[in-house]
Design a protein around this ligand. Structure first.
Ligand code: NAI
Length: 721
């Protein structure tokens, strides 16, 4: 028996060698160069030792098999040759595994990603533990690369070309049932039986018996089998399949910004048209080109940084208290969504509103959401019903005494929020926390009249609650460290990414976003077309242009936040509420009202509303190059972001970048707003801002922090020397 590099192996009396991934110091098992070397040595020994009759790979963690390559070990690689060589080494090790003459098996339970899946693909037998955490996939494109240890070559050989294209290009992960249907695993086994079943199959295979083989014969329809066969043998059919995949991809990802899925198609093409060794060469060459690229570096950086935010608070910044029962006040768009999210995590939740109508709507919406999951096979009807039963609706204040945390999501009105708090406070247990979902009212003001302001915290979700990963956790001036830690860990439990921000008007994300939206309105007033502004920004990589976004948010809400910021930040945030006011007056309030800056047909955006120009007081139509539009809108955000750092709204540039990417969809391939500013150079940024200030007004005058950074030759991330 031996154990190094997070992997140990021992030979059982029956001749089965158990290779166990065991990294107790980490939440998931990861591959790195050391582990691959160790694995290579084990395989070398297996090849020559006659008493080994079969090899079983398993994990010491019940909820994780192998989460793939340690990204830290990839992010330092900055040349294509080294990156390709790294991939070739992994390919060689897995080829050694595939070439063994004795049977090999993988017992997969929990997450099995990237290199973990590639290891499984090189084995003879793959079993999946029936466990909700079991997910298998090759999600490399999500961090800007492709599978590099043979995944692009072996997956299509196992599950067929079309399924492999679907999985790799979308970075899709399959649960155990989906994996069985695809032929990616041979059997699903009850968790406690996984190891024994794998050993039994290995012994049977070692004795010359049959192996279970779903594999390529899997459960695909006759049509898919025919298409896979034709794609492998008839080049024009293959080209057609690849072109279709490319066509679908262009709707979602620009090849200039996100090259990886397009390059994955090249490797997949090789998988069905060339012998394995040549296909592997192509795979290694492509990943070598991708790893040092800007997109991959930014996406990997985001991935690693986000992982750091997902760590529980620990005791350093206060002791968090586990929430066993929660309450939500206000069953509107936000409150209803939050209650569903809480029920999703097995936590009983009391949902209160003034009337039953909104509660019924909230329950119906929650049920529809879970029904969608049932239809996709992600939930069974019993689980849906359990979740429904966890939400206890009420129009009274009873039942809140046992809640460890109450989320307030009533209308955005200070008086109403204070009233709700006053009503609830005497009922709440001593250590219970009150978290307000306000989007703009300072927590200090809500807590001003409270008997215990120390347990009032902000918990700002984004809309739609179930899809937006970010929440801002707002520490009010009197919030206790324990209350903040409790809310932060609660948000983590709900699957969200919490960022702690200072209590200030607009908090972080809405504040920066409003400077961007405000600048878009100024462009409109100057005569620039609505769709030209939106097109420039989607070309920059934003998921929606600013006008389409305002329509989605609702113009009343945008106006409300704009006024809050104007009151707080004076001249810098001044101007440009006129367009919003006149559109609202003419009943153009956004998508939900049937129209805003754009017209909508059956909820779908069509063309800008011609009236929006006159209502906004737009001058003569005027064309601006997309780059000029992008510069004005993005630099407005960069400048305000610098002021936010000066004001201590967040402590570090990384907090701000992660918040902007996850809260506004700021293009991930650019790494974040401040990383983008760094990539342009701070001196250039300051110079451009100064020119914009001269041409368009003081709001562009470069923030003190930026000027100081130029003097001291600093970047947001490191030295600019
Ligand atoms: P909404 O208008 O959809 O829902 C508010 C609900 O609160 C209504 O059902 C209303 O009947 C209920 N309510 C009012 N007074 C109450 C009281 N005294 N007791 C119990 N229930 C009461 O509003 P929405 O959009 O859900 O917003 C709620 C909060 O979330 C606001 O503070 C808003 O600023 C914030 N927010 C809203 C976002 C959005 O995009 N809608 C995004 C992030 C935060």
């Amino acid at each position: 028996m031996s154990a190094t590099a997070g992997i140990r192996d021992h030979l059982e009396a029956d001749g089965i060698l158990h290779v166990v991934f065991d990294q107790p110091e980490r939440p998931v098992n990861l591959l790195d160069g050391e582990l691959l070397k160790r694995l290579s040595a084990i395989l070398e020994q297996v090849r020559v030792e006659e008493q080994v009759k079969g090899v079983l790979f398993r994990s010491a963690k019940p909820e994780n098999f192998l989460a793939g390559m340690d990204i830290d070990s990839l992010s330092g690689i900055d040349d294509a040759y080294r990156a390709s060589e790294g991939a070739r080494f992994g390919q060689t090790v897995f080829q050694k595994l595939a070439d063994l003459s004795i049977p090999t098996a993988c017992a997969i339970q929990g997450g099995c990603m990237g290199g973990g899946t590639e290891l499984a693909l090189a084995c003879d037998i793959r079993l999946a533990g029936e466990h909700p955490t079991t997910l298998i996939g090759l999600p490399e494109v999500r961090i800007g690369i492709i599978p590099g240890f043979g995944g692009t070559q072996r997956l299509p050989r196992l599950v067929g070309f079309t399924k492999a294209v679907d999985m790799i290009v979308a970075g899709r992960r399959l649960n155990s049932r989906q994996a069985l249907r695809a032929g990616l695993v041979d059997e699903i086994v009850l968790p406690g039986r996984l190891e024994a079943r794998a050993v039994a199959l290995l012994r049977q295979a070692a004795d010359g018996g049959d192996r279970p083989r779903a594999g390529i014969r899997g459960r695909r329809s006759a049509g898919t089998r025919m298409l896979d066969w034709a794609a492998a043998t008839v080049p024009p059919v293959r080209r057609w399949v690849l072109n279709e995949a490319r066509r679908k991809l262009t709707v979602k990802a620009d090849p200039m910004h996100y090259p990886a899925p397009y390059r994955a198609l090249e490797a997949l093409d090789a998988a069905v048209s060339l012998p394995l060794p040549q296909g592997l060469d192509i795979e290694a060459r492509i990943i070598g080109e991708l790893i040092p690229g800007e997109t991959a570096r930014n996406l990997m950086w985001l991935f690693r940084s986000q992982a750091a935010f997902r760590k529980p608070s620990g005791s350093a910044g206060g002791t968090s208290r586990k929430v066993a029962k929660a309450g939500v006040i206000g069953a509107g768009i936000m409150g209803g969504g939050i209650a569903a999210l809480i029920a999703d995590q097995d936590i009983p939740v009391r949902l209160k509103d003034l009337r039953f109508d909104p509660i019924l709507t909230a329950l119906r919406t929650a049920r529809e959401g879970w029904n969608r999951k049932v239809r996709r096979g992600r939930l069974d009807p019993g689980q849906r019903d359990e979740r429904m039963a966890r939400i206890a609706p009420t129009v009274h204040t009873s039942g809140f005494t046992r809640c460890d945390l109450v989320v307030e999501a009533v209308v955005e009105d200070l008086e109403v929020k204070q009233q709700v708090l006053a009503e609830l406070e005497p009922l709440m247990a001593d250590r219970a926390v009150f978290a307000s979902n306000t989007s703009s009212i300072p927590i200090g003001e809500i807590a001003a009249a409270a008997a215990r302001p120390d347990r009032v915290v902000g918990l700002h979700f984004f809309n739609p609650v179930d899809r937006m990963p970010l929440v801002e956790v707002i520490a009010g001036p009197e919030s206790s460290a324990d209350a903040v830690a409790t809310v932060r860990d609660f948000a983590l439990r709900l699957g969200k990414l919490p960022i702690v921000v200072k209590d200030s008007p607009g908090f972080l994300v809405n504040r920066i976003l409003m400077f961007y939206l405000g600048e878009a309105i100024r462009l409109l007033e100057e005569g620039v077309r609505i769709d030209a502004v939106d097109a420039a920004m989607t070309r920059f990589g934003m998921p929606l242009g600013p006008f389409a976004l305002m329509d989605e948010i609702g113009l009343d809400t945008v106006l409300h936040v704009a006024r809050v910021l104007q009151a707080a930040y004076g001249k810098r945030a001044e101007g440009s509420t006129r367009a919003l006011e006149s559109l609202i007056l003419s009943e153009r309030r956004g998508v939900r009202a049937g129209g805003g800056f754009y017209r909508y047909r059956r909820g779908k955006r069509t063309l800008p509303d011609p009236e929006a120009y006159s209502l906004s007081g737009a001058r003569e139509p005027r064309d601006l190059p997309p780059e000029t539009i992008q510069e004005r809108l993005v630099l407005a955000m960069v400048n305000e972001a610098a002021v936010c750092l000066e004001d201590g709204v967040v402590e570090r540039p990384v907090d701000l970048d992660i918040a902007m990417v996850t809260g506004t969809g700021f293009p991930p391939f650019r790494g974040g707003l401040l990383r983008y500013a760094d990539s342009n150079g701070i001196a250039v940024t300051v110079d451009r801002l100064a020119r914009l200030a001269d041409a368009h007004g003081e709001r562009f005058r470069p923030a003190g922090l930026l000027r100081e950074m130029v003097m001291r030759q600093k970047l947001f991330y490191g030295d600019g020397k």
